[in-house]
Design a protein around this ligand. Structure first.
Ligand code: GLA
Length: 376
């Protein structure tokens, strides 16, 4: 085989997982704290040089859809999934990657729209695979940030860094506390004795999800601008104490006060939850999860009837320690801490009630905590 044939037949296989988040919702883009973990549901991607200068052929095998674009001239498109791949290509090119034509095909067992970051998995798998295929040698944080910016610039969602971080840096049986300002992080053991984490997928994804996400981000910025008038040292909600939010209640529009109150109190809950995990105090952890849910429902207003119904159904169950909506909101999953031996009984009851109430099937997602993105 001559060198040019060897080069054009070079193939890279990579995979990247979805994520859960134990607690710390809508705190990441406020420079706060999050406590996510990567899961064993993942996206597998195969990349191969195709010998052209700039033609890229993408195939979503599960959807049986294809998309072709030119590396020299491409833009966001209305078909959703190609944007995540093109976005990563674009961001890597921006920071100096020199790419040539390739073919890419992927499969995934991460349910789409369920709030467990199928899109971050797609971005991160492309980031690690392209990095390897073209010997670019970017470090993990460059790949994480390129994946996040792909979502901003090509998918139009001004997301924080949590999902791409978790998909890239996850470790088996470990949760991760990330400081979204300094980007320092720490792994924590996540073995819960007789308890398990159970996700319940509402199978709804309300159309508000992306527009309201960006609105919430803007509302936090509006809150900061007002709070800065009293204290110039504040950069964002990370710098604000609960006492000063409460003290500023009358100078903030009501909905802005509620957004700030959620973010500041949620940061406190993340720190308390981390201690609870370390002390194996799952009762306290569960309680913090309920508080988080009600804060997201009432203050941040990103929940929906389906998620609230599922959380309410856990309240009378002594074998469930905590439950809350997970991710951006307006659909997706709840995350629950439940006694292992009661999972089947709870599932039978809640899935029947959910179907009866909404006419929609509920899906359980059993997850184990897995490793982050890698080239195989
Ligand atoms: C989405 C975003 C994350 C984060 C969560 C809410 O998953 O992608 O950056 O903001 O919502 O916590």
């Amino acid at each position: 085989m001559d060198i040019s044939t060897a080069k054009s037949s070079k193939t890279v296989v990579a995979e990247a997982p979805g994520r859960i988040n134990i607690i710390g919702e809508h705190t990441d883009y406020n420079d706060g704290f999050v406590l996510p973990a990567a899961i064993d549901k993942k996206l597998s991607l195969r990349l191969k040089l195709n010998g052209t200068d700039s033609e890229v052929n993408l195939t979503a095998n599960d959807l049986n859809e294809q998309y072709t674009f030119d590396l020299k001239d491409f833009h966001p498109v209305s078909l959703g999934w190609p944007n995540y791949a093109m976005g990563v290509v674009h961001e890597l090119q921006k920071i100096g990657a020199n790419l040539s034509g390739f073919d890419a095909g992927f499969n995934s067992d991460i349910p789409i729209g369920s709030g467990i970051s199928s899109s971050a998995a797609l971005e991160c798998s492309f980031a690690v695979a392209l990095n390897h295929l073209f010997d670019v040698d970017f470090d993990n944080w460059q790949l994480i940030k390129a994946s996040q910016l792909a979502e901003h610039n090509f998918a139009g969602i001004k997301c924080g860094i949590m999902d791409q971080f978790a998909s890239m840096m996850g470790k088996k049986e470990k949760a991760m506390l990330l400081d979204c300002r300094s980007l320092d992080f720490q792994y924590f053991p996540l073995q819960m004795g007789e308890y398990r984490l159970l996700l319940l997928n509402t199978n709804v994804s309300h159309s508000l999800a992306s527009s309201e996400y960006n609105t919430r981000r803007a509302e936090c910025e509006e809150g900061i601008a007002i709070l800065q008038k009293a204290n110039e040292g504040i950069k964002n909600l990370r710098d604000v104490s609960l006492g000063s939010v409460l003290a500023a209640r009358n100078s903030l529009p009501k909905h802005i006060f509620k957004r700030c109150h959620h973010v500041v109190s949620e940061n406190q809950r993340v720190m308390a939850a981390t201690n609870a995990l370390l002390e194996e105090n799952y009762v306290l952890l569960g309680d913090l999860m309920y508080q988080s849910h009600y804060s997201l429902q009432n203050d941040y207003e990103v929940s929906c009837p389906e998620l609230n119904f599922l959380v309410e159904k856990t309240l009378s169950k002594g074998y469930i320690l905590g439950s809350r909506m997970m991710g951006g909101g307006f659909g997706g999953c709840t995350i629950n801490i439940i006694e292992n031996k009661m999972i089947d009984e709870f599932w039978d009851e809640v899935s029947t009630q959910y179907k009866g109430h909404f006419g929609i099937d509920l899906s359980p997602i059993e997850v184990a905590i897995g490793d982050g993105a890698r080239v195989i």
